[in-house]
Design a protein. Sequence first.
Length: 358
Amino acid sequence: MKDVLKVWPLLLNKKEIKDVKETYCFNFTDSKEESCALEINNGICQFIDGKPKEFTIKVTTETKEWIAYLSKQKEFDEGKIIIEGDDKKLEKFQRYFSGQPEGHQTTNDSYALTENEKEILEGRWTRPKKVLILNGSPRKDKGATAIIYSQFKQGLDESNCEVDVVHVADLENKTCKGCFTCWGKTKTCVHKDDTNELILKFHTYDLLILATPVYADGLPGALKNVFDRTITILDPEFLNKDDHCRHPTRYPRMPHLVLLSTIGFTEMDNFHPMVEHVQKICKNMHLTYVGEVLHPTAWMLSIPSIRPLYKNTLEAIKQAGIEIIQNGKIPKEIQKQIETPIFTRGQILAIYNSAVEF
Ligand SMILES: Cc1cc2nc3c(=O)[nH]c(=O)nc-3n(C[C@H](O)[C@H](O)[C@H](O)COP(=O)(O)O)c2cc1C
């Protein structure tokens, strides 16, 4: 335990120890008895190996009791933790060594809270102009996801947005090596490929449309790899944000994000793991998740005789694009229209098993 307490000076909360002058002496009564002390004075804390000359409070206990108390696994037990001096000072110990609970401090060239995040927090919306549609379907512009994003894009085009479409399947997209070179001095990824170039351009867009099928209850592998690689635009330091440890980003502004997704099955819960995952990615990447267009049994759209039945759904998807640009959200009734299957599960099974050819 003595060695563990050597790192305690790092946990000093500078705000809490202004004008504090205390020496906490510890006497650990394990098989081998050990003493040490933490001396707080003049805004700094020093570890003293052995008994200090003087102390303001002395704690005599076994290591396991002290760890259980510190980590709040156990209430303070007078019989097991013996205090000499003012025991109120023990309560203050946790405050003095609470680290940086308020967080949000960042270095000069990184951002804890980006402009897009501030906008959403304050209920403001700036009409996006530059939009990137990132399509994760390996079927590129031939699949069901393409039908959905093309409809949505019509809404963006009508709103005079400048729209780029990137198919992940077209990228030279190397996998992250986990080397952390991008967090070192060069701040650049070791891979000089299309994915690196794309990620470095993310911040130049106002809105990112993530269009993707659900694969194995989540993101298709190549698209997941793109998000693995985004670590390169974060800074390594930890900050406390939304009561979570997060990294600051290297850009003052990141795009808002809308998820467009398709599944083969009928039930909306098939989207849940993907939605939760994408929302978490957004929080970590400072992308602001502003809406979703989720369409089940999307293969139906590819059956020519059935597609006309989806006229209202396709119109609703285009309208969702218009609404996002104008108001930064998709009205509930539009979302419901997009998500509600036209057929019952029994009918869907019958159509699929007799009509779909591979
Ligand atoms: C490898 C693979 C995994 C899939 N996993 C799921 C799944 O977990 N749940 C689901 O509902 N559909 C799943 N599907 C179906 C696709 O999500 C669905 O067909 C989607 O609309 C395909 O989009 P695309 O035509 O744009 O590629 C999977 C398809 C493939 C090829």
